[in-house]
Structure formats: C-alpha cells, structure tokens
Design a protein around this ligand. Sequence first.
Ligand SMILES: NC(=O)c1ccc[n+]([C@@H]2O[C@H](COP(=O)([O-])OP(=O)(O)OC[C@H]3O[C@@H](n4cnc5c(N)ncnc54)[C@H](OP(=O)(O)O)[C@@H]3O)[C@@H](O)[C@H]2O)c1
Length: 257
Amino acid sequence: MQRPLDHRRVVVTGATGYLGRALCAALERRGVPAVALVRRESIDRVPAQTPYSVADVLNPLDVAARLQPGDTVVHLVGTPHPAPWKAAAFRRLDLPAALAVLEAARLRHAAHFIYVSVAQPAPVMRAYVAVRREVEEAIHASGIPATVLRPWYVLGPGHRWAALLRPLYALAERWPSSHATAQRLGLVSLDEMLTALVTAVVHPTPSTRVWDVPAIRAIHRTAQPLEHVPHVTPDDPARTLLRSPRGPRARTASTRR
Ligand SMILES: NC(=O)c1ccc[n+]([C@@H]2O[C@H](COP(=O)([O-])OP(=O)(O)OC[C@H]3O[C@@H](n4cnc5c(N)ncnc54)[C@H](OP(=O)(O)O)[C@@H]3O)[C@@H](O)[C@H]2O)c1
C-alpha cells in the first residue's frame, strides 16, 4: 500500500534503478526518511524497506501532488543502458521527465533538487550529454537550491565492463594533454557515488553546486563516520565529511503502510 508522504523527506525518482535502489538503502541505513516515486508497473522493484508513491514522472502536476514543501527531490529517472543510438529516447524520457520533476519541485517549494547529470564536455554520447546539459540549464534557471553530480560511469554490481578501460585511464592521466579529460571522465565506484549523494542530501546548499568526478572522489576520500560529521560549508565538497555508520540500522517498524 502507498504511504502518506511525511514532511521533510527525501523523494527519490528512479528509485527502482541501479543508483536509486542503492541510494534508498543507504538513506535507510542512515535513518533518513526516503520515499520512492515510481510508475505502477515497477512497484515490485522498490527496495523492500522503502515506502513508495505512484506517479507519472512526465506529468508535473501528478508529481507535484506527491510532494510537500521542504522536500528534497533526488531525480534518477533515465533511459536504461544509455547508448549513442538512443538519442530519441533521451528526448522522449530523460529530458521531459527531468523538466517535469523540476517543475513539480518548483511548484511545491522543494528545499533541494539533486540531479545526476553526466561528465561534460565529452567526446562521445553527445545526445545523452546534450540532454543533461539542457536539464542543468533549466535547474540553474529555476532558482531552486540544487546539487548536480556529474559522474561518467559508476562501477558496481552488474556495472563492471568499464573497469577494462582502467589501463587506458592510467595512461591518459600521465599525459599532460589528456590528464584533465581522464580525470573528468574517470570511473567512480558505487560507494563513492553513494557517499556523494548522501552528502548532498544531508548537507543541502542554498544555491547551485556542481560536483564533477574529482569532487565526488574527494567527498568519499575525506569521509568520516556520520557521528563525526562537523558543520560544514555546503558548497565545499572537499570539506563535506560523511561516511556510512558500520552495519545496517536495526529496523523497528515496517516502513510500508
Ligand atoms: N549509472 C551510471 O554510471 C550513470 C552515469 C551517469 C549518469 N547516470 C544517470 O543517473 C540516472 C540513474 O542511473 P541508473 O544507472 O540508476 O539508471 P537505471 O538503472 O537505468 O534506472 C533508471 C530508472 O529510471 C526509471 N524509468 C525508466 N523509464 C521510466 C519511465 N518511463 N517512467 C518512470 N520511470 C522510468 C526506471 O524505473 P523502472 O524500474 O520503472 O523502469 C529506473 O528506476 C540516470 O539518469 C542515468 O542516465 C548514470
């Protein structure tokens, strides 16, 4: 059954995907209330511990009806397995869904919009990058406090093929002419990505900030146990210190009502 949405929560679109499922679990472990916004046919893929609400992410009013003032909205909807030949799908889903959820966040006075974009500029995947660039521009124009993360490829369970490219990355990082590109388009681990996403949630910004691959890595590198997290300047990722507490949090009550 759907759960009525609480105040001051994190609302996650794309919560049934690779990053979304892992993020919901990570937020749960930290005691941050998260709600998945999903389409009806995907209810079964919502992480077991996460309450959900059904909405059409292409319809701003439908999404807005599920949001409350002060929500943090994490937008993770995207075409599965992005590839250069999926340009039409990026325009049919990724762009309008991001704009619709952003508009819903604006209408409902969300406190913070978190968007996983992509590393840019990039020499490949131009249609994919272009759509994310357009979304970033809309985020800037909206005036909603926002964190934009720009990974290139997130290594993790079921997402390993790019690890084969590591020797090429190592080589490219050694050459002054390709060093910056190799860093910008570098691979990040799922752990690094989750640390950055949870950090964005726990330490919102009053403006707009963009975290590229080096920033995502820096946030994870400087992470400390959650209980040691000091008050930090929200716009300085290198000083944003966070790490998951050891072991899963004991669950005291069912989160699905
Ligand atoms: N993973 C990476 O390495 C990486 C790197 C850079 C950027 N990104 C971006 O980060 C975001 C999340 O990535 P991911 O790897 O977690 O993607 P993913 O595993 O493919 O998950 C995509 C999510 O979008 C949802 N979705 C797809 N079509 C939908 C529709 N028509 N209506 C509602 N929901 C729909 C899926 O829900 P269903 O279960 O309902 O299909 C799923 O929850 C994506 O925008 C991706 O492009 C990812």
